[in-house]
Write a protein that binds this ligand. Sequence first.
Ligand SMILES: O=P(O)(O)OC[C@H]1O[C@H](O)[C@H](O)[C@@H](O)[C@@H]1O
Length: 548
Amino acid sequence: MSGLLEVEAAGGLAVYGARAVPGAAETRAQLVADNVPARLAAKDPTLWGPEAAADAKIRLGWLDTFRRGRELLPRLAELRDELQNTGLDNVVLTGVGGSSPAPEVIARTLGVDLTVLDSTDPYQVRAALNNRLASSVVVVSGKSGGTIETDSHRRACLKAFEDADLPDLPSRFVIVTDPGSPLEAVAEEMYANLILADPEVDGRYSALTAFGIVPTALAGVDVAELLDEAEEFAPSLADAVTNPALTLGAALAAATLSGRDKIALISDGTGLVGTGDWIEQLIAESTGKQGRGILPVVIESPDAPGAVRHDVLTVTVGGSLPPESVPGGGITPHIAVNGPLGAQFLAWEYATAVAARLLRVNPFDQPDVAESKENTQRILAAGLPTETPAFVDGPIEVYGADLGHARTVDQALGWLLSRVPPDGYLAVLAFLDRFGQAEAAQARAGLADHTSRAVTFGWGPRYLHASGQYHKGGPPTGAFLQITGTVTEDLPVPGRPYTFGILEAAQAAGDREALTRRGRPLVRLHLTDRAAGVSRLLAAVDELPWVS
Ligand SMILES: O=P(O)(O)OC[C@H]1O[C@H](O)[C@H](O)[C@@H](O)[C@@H]1O
């Protein structure tokens, strides 16, 4: 694509092709005419309209939080030394939504071990607890301090330490939260290490705050380097002439407004690992509301199905490229974004906030996330619903209303795909162990190979705090394939009347309720044998005919 030759670069980060996206140049000119770069630099909270102003007033700290982040570094260096000296060198992070994708990307990209526990699946929780427990230190991250997953994980870790009679209990916990949150009080009660985060930054914009920095610094990342990368890039954000993040935001919005409202996020293989998962949460929660939004579609590799579609903006993301090299990881995307991780964080946060202004949504709220959480609480109190499968196909029970003549898994998948409107999408939502049943994620590419529609994949419950907002608040064009699995060895949530297995099932049921109440087509596959069920599902995907 010819547009890709054109590049806008500043402070170490280059955005290729964005100005050539139809409508982007005009949209960008309008942003400059509205003085957006200077107003954002001055943290003008009125940029998203009067209704968003109250949120924006206390949520624009990400523009320069990396400077304040430096203040944490001496304390983190000291804490890491102390922990290492007592043999605590296995860092486990518990946290969901804004608290986990950024640290995971940082650790994976920089090749540092960090166990991210963001699931209620009992097998995944148990695996994290069983991995070098004696040398584990647990970072409990939560902005609000009231999130059920994080609270449950903290309880399970404490119980595991107690049961194993391990010494130094309080120092095994590092709590990261906003000042005044209930978690702050818990930290004091436990005599745990407490690190307060910047309250003027929302979770999904918090990569360069304590939420991103603390777990990764304790795991051994040189976080000062990330902060330097952000600092080097930051001055461009106030510039009207050379401002790659502004152009990226203009292109995202222009594409969306002209019907290319899905963004394929593809790692180009040049050093950044898993950035798509972080960008997904940022874009989906910031823009997917009021029936509008941009749907992020994380694609496994440049040649995987779904990277190119009539309604998809194809974007590759990667590390800095030497001059003269061709971006795009072997394909020709609409846009390529290349630069170091610290600059990427800031660029995508800025571009997303700018795109939200153009889409006329508040980037700092997530109004539709709460409903599934409330449903979960109600189900936990009342007990799990009793449901009868429409039919059983080997190790898979198939649930769904009005599945027509479907009697096999592939027929049910065909039924569901045929209900996705031409501009819609299919979301696969797997409440399984994302390491133990990792191959279930192959269903995304398999399904995308059999349809012209966009297909996304998310692990439950973590997607509830990311694309879950878009599913319920974005355009009403999604169809949903939920996958759940039998739990044969459950794990109690200490101090609570439920187990992790029940919590996970209640979260899945709560989201089903929220989606079906909106009239979205939904099929649930319950794997009565997880391994055999995943194999059967992948075989059924292979057997599917093309659904146009
Ligand atoms: O950090 P916490 O307060 O635990 O919140 C975790 C997550 O909760 C919700 O689901 C929000 O939609 C997310 O934006 C947030 O990051």
